[in-house]
Design a protein around this ligand. Structure first.
Ligand SMILES: Nc1ncnc2c1ncn2[C@@H]1O[C@H](COP(=O)(O)OP(=O)(O)OP(=O)(O)O)[C@@H](O)[C@H]1O
Ligand SMILES: [Mg+2]
Length: 261
């Protein structure tokens, strides 16, 4: 079943800074989709549109058949259902965390959705244990390390137990153990029928985190889509879209991790 359907999506920021210039893509229920592309190619912008935080100025985005518009999200019943089903982890965790304590931040989403206190408490404890946040629960989020903040931000999104997780650079700045745990967690989530859309610069994790990869070009349209293997073995495509750099190929040619390129 099609969950998100983007048709000819255009979006420009105030001051006419173009961010998306005619993006078409489809996200099927229960799949893992990776968005890759150079800095400024529109990945985060697309995630915020998929989360209904902004709306296409031309073209359309449908979620489960319903067009995502400002008017649709002003409808309280639709907005509540949408917020319960879709969660976004921002690229910058400072945007996500605003409560006086970590505990309150993790509880915030479920509280907004009217979930009972005992269930919220259980979820907070379970997530704190899972992400080793127990010692941080009563601390102010803005005084944590960047990686700690990212873990808390991830916990705030998971606390809602959304069907769809939109993740913006989830592994950036995480230590290897935490990053690996996160990747395994994403893997499990799909087995539970969840859908995942992940923007990332970590090409070497693509095969672990994605079924389908969309490549954003510098013209802010999609340059290609395919399986991780199809995309990662297409050297010309990666180079043309600023995803690998020939002069440092021994470092950046991520094919070596998986396909012995
Ligand atoms: N808040 C904003 N106001 C104005 N322009 C913005 C804003 N956020 C992003 N842009 C611009 O929109 C374009 C797309 O940015 P976006 O953040 O979506 O890229 P990205 O692919 O996520 O990049 P990165 O890999 O650096 O995270 C860029 O040209 C950027 O300068
Ligand atoms: Mg981004």
């Amino acid at each position: 079943m099609t969950l998100f359907e983007c048709r000819d999506v255009h979006y420009a920021y105030p001051g006419r800074v173009p961010a998306l210039c005619g993006v078409d893509l489809t996200i099927e229920t229960g799949t893992r989709v990776a968005l890759i592309g150079a800095n400024g190619s529109g990945k985060s912008t697309l995630l915020s549109l998929l989360d209904g935080l902004a709306f296409p100025q031309r073209g359309s985005i449908r979620f489960a058949g319903q067009e995502l518009t400002e008017a649709a999200l002003q409808d309280e019943a639709f907005a509540l259902d949408f917020r319960r089903r879709v969660g976004l982890v921002f690229q910058n965790p400072d945007v996500q965390l605003f409560c006086p304590t970590v505990r309150e931040d993790i509880a915030f989403g479920p509280l907004q959705l009217g979930i009972d206190a005992a269930t919220i408490e259980r979820r907070v404890e379970a997530l704190a244990q899972e992400f080793h946040l127990e010692a941080l629960l009563d601390r102010p989020p803005h005084r944590l390390s960047v990686g700690e903040k990212r873990k808390v931000a991830f916990a705030t999104a998971l606390a809602i137990e959304p069907e769809v997780l939109l993740l913006d650079e989830p592994t950036a700045g995480l230590d290897p153990r935490t990053a690996t745990h996160l990747i395994e967690r994403l893997h499990d989530a799909v087995h539970q029928g969840r859908t995942m859309v992940i923007a990332t610069h970590d090409l070497h994790i693509l095969a672990d985190i994605a079924d389908v990869v969309y490549v954003f070009g510098q013209d802010r349209r999609l340059a290609a889509s395919g399986t991780p293997e199809e995309i990662l073995t297409n050297h010309d495509l990666l180079e043309a879209n600023n995803l690998i750099h020939t002069h440092t190929r021994h470092i950046h040619d991520h094919r070596q991790y998986r396909w012995g390129g």
